[in-house]
Ligand binder design. Sequence first.
Ligand code: ZN
Ligand code: ZN
Length: 212
Amino acid sequence: MLHYHTLPVTAFQQNCSLVWCDQSKDAAVIDPGGELETIEWEIERLGLNLKAIWLTHGHIDHAGGVAELAARQPLDIIGPHEGDRFWIDGLPQQGEMFGFPPAQSFEPTRWLHDGDTVRVGQETLHVRHTPGHTPGHVVFHAPQIDRCFVGDVLFAGSIGRTDFPQGNHQQLIDSIVQRLWPMGDQTVFVPGHGPESSFGRERKTNPYVGNT
Ligand SMILES: [Zn+2]
Ligand SMILES: [Zn+2]
């Protein structure tokens, strides 16, 4: 069985999620943007063995803590798609621009592609490439619990910004309609910021992607 626990980190209240397999207690952390002590305390409290970092995209609030966390213990850094290399290479500058603690860039162990899978213990999640907010953005779909970790693609009542370099509004809409909606209306998503919602609810009520 797959479990998860979400904790908002950084001044941007970014939803960092721990996901784990309850048989092995092996865990991955999705988007450790910062506040590593909080994340590590939670891992300790839950009795998890952290094995990997999974990334939805290269923005500082999602990836700012990766280099430091991976320096403290041996961890695979998985994702995002290589289209976000320029964001990861630019993490030190992103940190200065947004007033974050100093952040280092890093080289992922593995870049992800559309259709890839990632494993934690006995559990498998599916990767979709969802460009638009950033060119290398990916999401992690866990059909066994009807959950999807969508980063900054979609929010309850809103969608991701597309005014950054290589952002693209139409591409973001296409990613949502063609790659998220097929996961099913019942799928609950964990966005990069703010509360969870379901794809069905957003299809009905989200002003940016309603009736799509
Ligand atoms: Zn972002
Ligand atoms: Zn964000």
